[in-house]
Design a protein around this ligand. Structure first.
Ligand SMILES: [Mn+2]
Length: 302
């Protein structure tokens, strides 16, 4: 498999043949499975939130913020579903990971999970493009190897969702068996599903039906116990692309799907951290609808 050829193909929005797709996913999984649950990263680094199959907007991120190869990136998960180009989006990032293993960190989001992909778009996309749903099985196998978090310079934690009553220390994340489907409850689930809430002090059941809401009190305790200055997470639609919670700049949501679902009014954001961890947020608008070419999508197979 020639990774440059694959990257060029994907960038041109060409559909990968099943053989190439399978090889790419296997190679990616091989690489990801050797990473720890929490990947250690040193700055400078850029952090990107949910991209949800919005491939044109993902390419725009690299255009406005610099390519992998010149720059290190952490992606917070939710690569698939909602948008039209889930396979392209995930495969492109995975191909970059294979080409530049030390410059790309890909975390698992709650959408990288079979039941969610059966309902919110990925399965339908596979049925439209390929003659059977084997690619879904291969994708899920690769999702099951994605790491759960990253720590930047020993002081900033990146996760998809949030903290958990069951997780007191970062070491509690290290002990999770992540090579499986996202369970319905527990530490693993909370990391991928939880949200901050100004309305609660401690923990409360989440209206999402998985994970929990966590309040300022438990969040501050978690930061202190783990010597952290900031938690960066995504998972939540935010109109401005980013949002600080709890009236301070210690819990940050980054959402990177502008015009979410091609219908919302939000902008996307990414965070750049320089060598000394100075933060700069970059906000961007979606690629206009008329520039999104759908002609490569094959006809529905009868
Ligand atoms: Mn999510």
């Amino acid at each position: 498999m020639n990774i440059d050829n694959i990257l060029n193909k994907l960038k041109k929005k060409e559909t990968l043949e099943t053989n190439d797709l399978k090889l790419l996913l296997e190679k990616g999984a091989e690489l990801l499975k050797d990473e720890p649950n929490i990947v250690q990263v040193t700055s400078p680094v850029a952090v990107v939130g949910d991209v949800h199959g919005q491939f044109y907007d993902l390419l725009k991120i690299f255009e406005i913020n610099g390519d992998v190869g010149d720059k290190k990136y952490i992606f917070l998960g939710d690569y698939v579903n909602r948008g039209t180009f889930s396979i392209l989006t995930f495969c492109y990032l995975l191909a970059l990971k294979i080409k530049f293993p030390d410059q790309v960190v890909m975390l698992r989001g709650n959408h990288e999970c079979r039941p969610i992909c059966e309902v919110y778009g990925l399965q339908t996309e596979i049925e439209r493009i390929y003659s059977n749903t084997d690619p879904l099985d291969w994708l899920i196998e690769t999702f099951n190897t994605l790491p759960l978090g990253a720590v930047i310079n020993n002081s900033i934690l990146c996760i998809h969702g949030g903290i958990s009553e069951l997780i007191k220390t970062i070491n509690d994340i290290e002990t999770i068996d992540r090579f499986q489907e996202v369970p319905k409850t527990g530490k693993f689930t909370d990391l991928l599903w939880s949200d901050p809430s100004e309305e609660v002090e401690m923990y409360k059941e989440s209206p999402r039906g998985a994970g929990s809401l966590f309040g300022k009190k438990v969040f501050d305790e978690f930061l202190e116990k783990n010597n952290l200055t900031l938690v960066i997470r995504s998972h939540m639609y935010v109109e401005e692309g980013y949002k600080y919670h709890f009236g301070e700049e210690k819990c940050l949501t980054i959402f990177s799907s502008p015009k979410y679902c091609y219908s919302c009014t939000n902008v996307g954001a990414i965070l750049n951290l320089d060598q000394d961890l100075n933060r700069s947020l970059k906000v961007f608008e979606a690629v206009p609808d008329e520039e999104r070419n759908l002609s490569f999508v094959k006809e529905v197979k009868k």
